[in-house]
Design a protein around this ligand. Sequence first.
Ligand code: C2E
Ligand code: CA
Ligand code: CA
Length: 695
Amino acid sequence: MMTIVECVLDEHDGWLVLLAALLCVTGSWVTARLFQRMASTDGAQRYGWLFMTALAAGVGIWCTHFIGMLGYDAGVPVGFDLAMTVVSLLVSVIGSTIGFIVAASRLARFTPALGGAIVGLAIAAMHYTGMMAYRVQGIVSWNPTYLIVSIVLSVGLSAVALHLAMRPGPRSTNFMAGVLALAIVMLHFTGMTAFRVEPLLVDGSFSNPAAFQALAFAVAAMSFVIVGAGAVSYMIDDSARAASMEKLRRLALSDTLTGLPNRASFNERLNAEMALARENNGRLVLVGIDLNRFKEVNDLRGHSAGDEVLRILGRRIRELLHEEASEFVARTGGDEFSGLYRMHDVHALSDFLARLEAALFKPIHFDGAEIVPGASFGVAIFPDDAADAENLVNHADLAMYRAKADPLRNVCFYEAGMDEKIRARRTLAADLRQALERHEFSLHYQVQTAVSTGDILGYEVLLRWEHPQFGPIGPDEFIPLAEENGLILPIGEWVLRTACAEAATWAEPYKVAVNLSAVQFIRADLPRVIMETLIETGLAPERLELELTESAIFADRERALLMLRQIKNLGVSIALDDFGTGYSSLETLRAFPFDRIKIDRSFFTMAADHPQTIAIVRAVLALGKTFGIPVLAEGIETEDQLSMLNAEGCEEAQGFLLGRPAPLVEIIGRGELTLNAGRDGDDAGPALKVAGAGN
Ligand code: C2E
Ligand code: CA
Ligand code: CA
């Protein structure tokens, strides 16, 4: 009995067998891939992939068979029946279509195997229909054992192939391809082993092997084209998928508003950079960045304005980065950014920081207004300041808070010991939250005097905080804290209301001067708050003066001037505080008719006859004269200073010499002030009851 191996070796043209095998493997490989794609898509796409799968499988199977047949040497003249040959091709394509539909249906756990069995049947049906198209001059007989074995092998192996294909796992596609190819090959050659021909030499003319070979190559070429088309469509789709996956990944890692990387990609980058720095013994700089005026923009101009500001800043940052130096900035929070910088030398780092500073401080023109976003930068360096990512981030944050709290510095480098101070600050901020409810605030009053006559003009109100543990804390310390977390708004309102209520009880109509923080000043409803306070307390508007520093105006000039006019229209006067320390622009004085200029107390720390002091006093007096605004000198501590002022023609002064800030009861006790007849201290408002010690 002839074995399968003998059949392959002895009765076939080796080259054509090789070609058939190559085609079988290629066809199966492409089929498996197309099938996987079909099984994982839905809708119209699924039908497209099904068509491609069935075509590749049907053509691959059929061509393998046909070329195998052409390579078979029956020892007698042979020919092919065209109609039956076409039928066998259709059986192959249609049968495998049905098989793949069933296999991918996911109706039950066994459907992949069932579909595979159908494909196996189709392969067998194709083969034996094809054999019917094979016309030989001789008596054909079949070995029933090989015939049955061939069908069982085909059905069984195909069932296994598709069962494997539908199992999850990275290699399932290759398993399917391999087993399917085996099914096709086994069927064909076992089937050929079953095939026996007893030659009947009728006309003695033999078929032409050269013509068969040509036919075989033509069929192979055709089928490679078809299978190749399937492979190409798979690859095109694959790369399109890869591209869209990559895009999705990028989207997930980048912030859509600014186009900068987001927090997730920052963390990824931080870990990678730290690993690199460890390897190279390098240093990595982390820069924490927090915008200064973003909340204002959002609150005053709405979220779309806020978004626009972020978008502009994002673009500026992207443009300033030197990517070849692997500079990296991500948006890591609402108005927070984080930068990474591989430290080469200190000069390069300060260049990086300077570029960031310039980008974030450059004004943004928006709706006809000018916004200076501004930012605070905290710098921490690995491994100098921290040994791991978490500490590095924390330390950069600490430095950043420090920069935020310091009006003179935008950039702060982390220093050991900062933690303690910041922690103390944080607890202080938490205590500040409760200070109002716990009545820990009180007001002190400091007299403002006419220099030539010594007459009292009014009193400046100065806020005091008596901390339950730490005792008195100065406003220079807690006002910036309150400004940072917005507490200045309720606190400032309390000061205004209390001061107005108390002043309304004075018999003498002295002015009361209340300090306003720049943060209060940007609130749109400030004029309304002032008006309501005046109505509630019954204080005449001309007795109230608000003290304002230039920084309040600098933030948003147009708005500030509008606000000042509204307040002034109420009849309230406005003093320009701390003149000479800030921007001291002539423009500010020209643009708005202040009622008073206060020369900052720092100018009076030097001796009264110091040329610089005299020069400043003269300059400011000249300015006041030009604009018709009275000038008050602050921080007057000595008689010399007072007489100098007198000599120079400065008419108003305030300072320890003329009176230290003190609680109202003390001032009343000194006889400077009397309360309204018919009213006593008990109705006068909260501050009278919480009088603390003077300073
Ligand atoms: P300021 O508005 O310049 O207030 C004057 C400060 O100078 C007061 O300090 C006062 O005690 C101090 N001073 C007065 N005379 C002299 C003097 O002759 N020599 C010296 N060396 N100092 C003198 P204080 O009370 O510590 O207030 C500091 C700052 O805190 C104030 O500066 C003001 O900017 C702010 N502040 C105080 N109360 C309030 C408030 O109710 N609201 C707001 N927003 N800020 C306030
Ligand atoms: Ca003041
Ligand atoms: Ca002042």
